[in-house]
Design a protein around this ligand. Structure first.
Ligand SMILES: NC(=O)c1ccc[n+]([C@@H]2O[C@H](COP(=O)([O-])OP(=O)(O)OC[C@H]3O[C@@H](n4cnc5c(N)ncnc54)[C@H](O)[C@@H]3O)[C@@H](O)[C@H]2O)c1
Length: 153
């Protein structure tokens, strides 16, 4: 039932924006102009950079927060050159509450408000379960579990 409603709503949007039945540009459907987004882990080659790029493509201003500052700067430069949107880069360790506090303070100083948060960091924990130390597990949990909580709160 929910799927049917979603399909009907989508069909209505399709007919409104592309009467010929063709949707050539997703930006026509979803505009994020005037919105401001944080992408934590936004330099990530798997998901983060792609999410940052897509948000900018839809018109949002994006703050890329990542421990890898140089890679974040590369992604930001590429996005700005492609879409002309403002992209902030904030380098920092987001696995600690203090790191998140410092990074988000920087963002709010420039953006004033934030509309969208994408938690896209993570990683660690390669190798056998029994070969990891307790410290490794604390680090893995801090990054993958606590960091999104710090960022969301
Ligand atoms: N890529 C996928 O297909 C996929 C699928 C499902 C889930 N995920 C999950 O989504 C998350 C992101 O995936 P990805 O493929 O983009 O990973 P990625 O390794 O490409 O990117 C992770 C980003 O997080 C950053 N980062 C790591 N530790 C950090 C820290 N302490 N502080 C700040 N930034 C830090 C890295 O520098 C990197 O840019 C991961 O948790 C992953 O497990 C990924």
């Amino acid at each position: 039932m929910g799927d049917q409603k979603t399909n009907e709503a989508y069909a209505e949007l399709m007919s409104k924006h592309a009467p010929s039945g063709e949707i050539s540009d997703l930006a026509q459907l979803i505009s994020l102009k005037g919105k401001r987004a944080i992408v934590a882990g936004g330099a990530g080659l798997g998901l983060g950079a792609a999410v940052s790029r897509r948000l900018a493509c839809q018109g949002a201003e994006v703050a890329i927060l990542d421990v890898d500052g140089p890679r974040a700067a590369e992604v930001a430069a590429e996005i700005t050159s492609a879409y002309g949107t403002r992209v902030l880069v904030v380098e920092g360790d987001l696995s600690t509450a203090a790191g998140v506090e410092a990074a988000t303070t920087d963002v709010f100083a420039q953006f004033k408000t934030v509309d969208i948060l994408v938690n896209s960091l993570g990683g660690g924990g390669s190798g056998d379960f029994l070969d990891q130390s307790l410290d490794d597990y604390h680090r893995i949990l801090a990054l993958n579990l606590l960091s999104p909580i710090y960022l969301t709160l």
